[in-house]
Design a protein around this ligand. Structure first.
Ligand code: NAP
Length: 256
C-alpha cells in the first residue's frame, strides 16, 4: 500500500500522543486510551515509555495488526549503524517485531544519505513498514524526498490554530506526504480561546474539539493529542460528527 492508500484506508485521523506518559499512572492512561478506541500510538526512544506502550498493546487482547505504532530515533542516533541499532532497541522495548512508522525525531548532524540508507534497510528487513521525519522544514523535507528511495510517509510538526503551516501543507499535498500535527491543542492553550468557544457552542463541542476538527478536516492532516485524562481521551476522538463551514475554517486559520 502506498502512503495515500494507508491514509485513506488504515490510518486513524486522531492518534494518541504519549510524551510525558510514564510509570503506573501512564500505563493506566494507555490502557484507557485503548479501551476508548485509540489505535495509533505515537512514542519515541526519547520519551522513555516505549516499554509501557508495548505492554498496553500486548495486554489489550487485540492483534498487533489492529494498531499503528510510531516511534522515533533521537537526533544523535542518525548514522547508518546508529539508526539501525536505535530501531532494534525500540522494537525490543516495545516488545514487537515491527513498527508501522519510524521517524527521525529532529534533524541531526549525520548525513541524511546515511540515515536514509539505514532506514531503507529497516524497511527491507520488515522492522518498519514506513519511514518519515519530524521537525523538518520544507527544504529539509524536499531534500529527504530526493535522497530516500522509500517514500517519506509523514513530517510530524507542531501544528495547531496558533501555528500556521501554509508552505509545508501545500508542499506535503503536492508530494503526497502526510502532515502529522503534534501539540494539536496547543498544550491546553486552545481551551481559553473565545473564537473556538464561540464556534464550538454552535455544535455543542469544546474548543479542543473544534481545534482538532479544524486539523483533521484539512487534506492529508492527522493529529496526535496527548491526554492522560480518560474524559479528554474520549472528547478528542469525538470530532467526527460535525463539519466546520468554510467560513469557520478560515476564521480559525486567522488565529495563526
Ligand atoms: N515530534 C516532536 O518533536 C514532538 C514534540 C511534542 C509533542 N509530540 C507528540 O505530540 C503529542 C501531543 O503533543 P503535546 O503533548 O505536546 O500537546 P497537546 O496534545 O496539544 O496537549 C496535551 C495537554 O493538553 C491536555 N488536553 C488534551 N486534550 C484535552 C481536552 N480535550 N481538554 C482539555 N485538555 C486537554 C492534556 O491534559 P491531560 O493529559 O491531563 O489529559 C495535556 O496537558 C505528544 O504527546 C507527542 O506524542 C511530538
Amino acid at each position: 500500500m502506498d502512503t495515500i492508500e494507508v491514509f485513506q484506508e488504515e490510518l486513524p485521523r486522531i492518534g494518541f500522543g504519549t510524551w510525558d506518559i510514564r510509570g503506573q499512572s501512564g500505563f493506566k492512561a494507555l490502557q484507557a486510551a485503548i479501551e476508548n478506541g485509540y489505535r495509533h500510538f505515537d512514542t519515541a526512544e526519547m520519551y522513555r515509555n516505549e516499554d509501557i506502550v508495548g505492554e498496553a498493546v500486548a495486554g489489550s487482547g487485540l492483534d498487533r495488526e489492529e494498531f499503528f505504532l510510531t516511534t522515533k530515533a533521537w537526533s544523535d542516533n542518525l548514522t547508518h549503524a546508529e539508526i539501525k541499532r536505535a530501531c532494534e532497541q525500540s522494537l525490543d522495548r516495545l516488545g514487537t517485531d515491527y513498527v508501522d512508522l519510524y521517524l527521525i525525531h529532529r534533524p541531526g548532524s549525520a548525513p541524511l544519505e546515511e540515515t536514509f540508507a539505514g532506514m531503507q534497510e529497516l524497511v527491507s528487513e520488515g522492522k518498519t513498514r514506513f519511514i518519515g521525519v519530524s521537525n523538518f522544514s520544507v527544504e529539509q523535507l524536499e531534500r529527504s524526498i530526493s535522497i530516500s528511495d522509500e517514500p517519506i510517509f509523514t513530517n510530524q510538526v507542531e501544528y495547531h490554530p496558533y501555528r500556521r503551516r501554509d508552505a509545508l501543507l501545500s508542499f506535503c499535498e503536492q508530494q503526497g506526504v502526510i502532515l502529522t500535527a503534534y501539540s494539536p491543542v496547543a498544550r491546553g492553550r486552545v481551551l481559553r480561546d473565545k473564537i473556538l468557544q464561540d464556534i464550538g457552542d454552535r455544535y455543542d463541542k469544546t474548543p479542543a474539539q473544534v481545534a482538532l476538527r479544524w486539523l483533521v478536516q484539512q487534506d492529508y492532516v492527522i493529529a496526535i493529542p496527548k491526554a492522560e485524562s480518560a474524559e479528554h481521551q474520549r472528547e478528542n476522538l469525538d470530532v467526527f460528527d460535525f463539519v466546520l463551514s468554510e467560513e469557520e475554517m478560515r476564521r480559525i486559520d486567522r488565529l495563526g
